[in-house]
Design a protein around this ligand. Sequence first.
Ligand SMILES: Cc1ncc(COP(=O)(O)O)c(C=O)c1O
Length: 619
Amino acid sequence: MIPRPTVEALFLGPKSENRDIFTSLLGFLVEEHLHWRRDFHPRDAAVVTPAEMRADPFLATTDRMRSVLLELSARLKDTSTPWFSRRYLGHMNSDTLMVSNLAYMASILYNPNNVAYESSIATSHMEIEVGADFAKLMGYDPATAWGHVTTDGTVANYEGLWLARNLKSFPLAVKEASPGLVRGRAEWELLNLPTSEVFDLLDATKKNRSFARSLKASVRGTGTGRGTPGKVFVPSSRHYSWEKAVDILGIGVDQLVSIPVDDDFRMDLDRLRAALDDCVEQETPVLAVVGVVGTTEEGAIDDIGGIVRLRQEFQRRGLAFYFHVDAAYGGYGRSLFLDANGRFLAYAELQRRLTSEGLTNWGPGIPSREVWSAYKAIPFADSVTIDPHKMGYVPYSAGGIAIRDRRILGLVSYTAAYVFDAKTPLDVNLGSVILEGSKSGSAVAAVWAAHRLLPLTMEGYGQIIARSIEGAYHFEKTLETVREFSVGGKTMVCQPLLLRPDFNIVCMAFNRKGNRDLEKMNGLNEAIYHASSYESGPLYGDEWITSHTELTKEIYGDAPRSFLDRLGIAHREWDRVGTVYVLRSCVMHPWIAKHTTYPERWLSYIEIMKKEIAEIVSK
Ligand SMILES: Cc1ncc(COP(=O)(O)O)c(C=O)c1O
């Protein structure tokens, strides 16, 4: 049996600790490629001759190439953000897996294009395998589910809504193209068929050969001009790609309805219920509800099980909708809950194993039971966005989507004889069923290699995810030690946005004790961000690097009020200013929580912050 992967062997390392293994594997893979070229019809003559290589134009060209690459390297080193460093606590970035970087670099030499099987035989098969990995991770049955790699989470969200839109419009199209199949069913009823019944209808149209006609009569043929396919409910914490999605899919931004979040920044399900009640009363169709697992700004995890229960309840009342989970950020987190056989662990067993197997030392209660049950309910969603280039620790660009029932592909597929070969051994032509066209097979190779080395279970990815959550937990705990401190003769207070983060993002703000002016507080935090980001000049000078965000009343309503209370800012001040500036740290590093460096590492971050604050307040 292969021993459990060790996190220390997975990354190049903040000080290039694993450089020997990295360079030797890279050299080996490049050599492999060079041999591959030479071995392709070995008797074919070389095209570039030694005499040409000695000639001036050749030497001048290669000299120029060298200097271009030197400039490239200089520019990259000068301004790139050191994601690998423990000093980096900002956006959703960290060191990426060595195996993925190597797979990417090696495969780029073969330049695979996964739009068509013939231009990417190796990486197309890998994409199918990765799709099955996504499906299994989300608790779907890989035999009937489907998944693939997208450029990013944005495109995966577009794809989720594309599927939802085409599915919603299909039953009404059948009424037009093959009325016999839906005889006696009213329009409202057809707009509210549960997803599983739409699939049965789809099968029926295939059987009576009215599928193509139905498809033509659906939104695919007619566009959305005939009427909107319904509302799309999202939490107010959703990523901005959802606005773009409703825009480009012709649904209209007006149809996107934000459901407020509660104090924990999770979708308020009482408000969702009320909104759905209104839809029943006014006979307004609901196209989709989107839940988020790992919100962009807070890492909050919506109550997915609660949304599933609401869906069942409203289905009984005649209102059906598609359910998509945007787990672009938190999707890989599900591996923490799966044993080696892919079984979702009971809560008590999870807690026991996390400690007994030395994965964490965070103590009981983390992840919380609410977070556990949200992950547990994901298999009830129709589709899920999951991004390898976030918590999958794979380099850009690699997003992904998992879909519960692959029959849905019939509603989005297009074909082109010059690219799609009916005889491919894949059971589906990738390019014909995805939103994108030409796409990088190297990104797929990078994800595939990561999944082959690190199983999507507690023992594999779960180890990195556990360290990351633990890092956030310790960051949070350390902030508790500086709730109040003094610098330059002034007393300062510090508060996290969430007293107990769901995942691994810590947002926080500082205020001068007694200051009741929100604009002044915002100014202080903006100045801290300025001193701890690219804004203050070359990053080499920054002792720690963070990111920031601004929570506005327009988007978040009163959700930040309890946070502001803790910072001494009154509700009427929130009403007046309507925006709060917070520092945001996605704690993705596996290094942060290395037990040997805690708590010294954290206290030193706090000392750096204090030093910065002292400089700012003395100005
Ligand atoms: C919850 C969520 N969904 C979607 C996206 C979009 O992902 P991408 O930037 O890969 O397009 C993000 C990005 O941060 C996200 O946090």
